[in-house]
Ligand binder design. Structure first.
Ligand SMILES: NC(=O)c1ccc[n+]([C@@H]2O[C@H](COP(=O)([O-])OP(=O)(O)OC[C@H]3O[C@@H](n4cnc5c(N)ncnc54)[C@H](OP(=O)(O)O)[C@@H]3O)[C@@H](O)[C@H]2O)c1
Length: 228
């Protein structure tokens, strides 16, 4: 059991990395709210964990859904913005349909932004909070950006920018806002990857439970600061 038991909400918690993050937080003794866009999926995932795990129907692209979930869940201490889509594999930047770019940004950038806007004020009021953006090396300028998934890469670059802006705004408040590059992880999104979701989840949970006074506004890879 952790010294302080936190309330943690994870988006996209019904599968893949989100489910692994939720499982680890749950096993660490925190009270986890598994949020998924399909309420039945969220309920099933929470039942799978048992104990104190609860669930919420939460589509990150839908303002009403996010507000309704927040109303039911109440304040959270830890928010993991994990929900994400990869829709443009193999499409060139010069020809990716703008509609796909919009859909990608709607989930990966605006979704994380919207959910954070709803839960962050409560963390600041409480003087304690952890927000983790599940980002990607594809959006890293230092990695050269990844040209084979242009909308996805831009969405994660923008998510990194959002991380820095939110960290700047909340500096000194007791809330830490960081981004994690989990590497390539074997999920529906990347079934070909070697890294298991449990391994990547451990890095995300580490960032979600950083001790007071730890860095904010950092891009972590393997629990070390990485260049943006
Ligand atoms: N796998 C990798 O190699 C890798 C590498 C770097 C970063 N990431 C990031 O890791 C995160 C998790 O991805 P994953 O690999 O676990 O992929 P995944 O298995 O495809 O899971 C994606 C999750 O996001 C959810 N989601 C999509 N749109 C949503 C919406 N509008 N509202 C709420 N939830 C939504 C999905 O819900 P449904 O089940 O309903 O579709 C699913 O739970 C993403 O942010 C991804 O970009 C993954």
């Amino acid at each position: 059991m952790p010294s302080v038991r936190r309330v943690a909400l994870v988006t996209g918690a019904n599968r893949g990395l989100g489910l692994a993050i939720s499982t680890l937080l749950h096993e660490s003794g925190h009270r986890v709210v598994l949020a998924a866009r399909d309420g039945a999926d969220a309920r099933e995932a929470a039942r799978g964990l048992g104990g104190s795990a609860t669930w919420a129907a939460l589509d990150v692209t839908d303002e009403d859904s996010v507000k309704a979930a927040a109303g039911r869940v109440g304040p959270v201490d830890i928010l993991v913005n994990n929900a994400g889509v990869l829709l443009d594999t193999g499409l060139p930047t010069s020809a990716v349909p703008p509609a796909l770019v919009e859909q990608t940004l709607a989930v990966n950038l605006l979704g994380s932004w919207r959910v954070t806007q709803v839960f962050l004020p409560g963390m600041v009021r409480a003087g304690w909070g952890r927000v983790v953006m599940v980002s990607s090396g594809t959006g890293s300028f230092a990695n050269g950006l990844f040209p084979k998934t242009p909308a996805y890469a831009v969405s994660k670059t923008a998510l990194n920018a959002l991380t820095v802006l939110l960290a700047t705004e909340t500096a000194g408040s007791g809330v830490l806002v960081n981004a994690v590059n989990p590497g390539l992880v074997r999920t529906r999104m990347r079934p070909d990857a070697e890294r298991l979701p449990e391994e990547a989840a451990a890095d995300v949970v580490w960032a979600a439970t950083l001790a007071d006074g730890s860095p904010t506004g950092v891009f972590f890879r393997h629990r070390r600061p990485a260049d943006w």
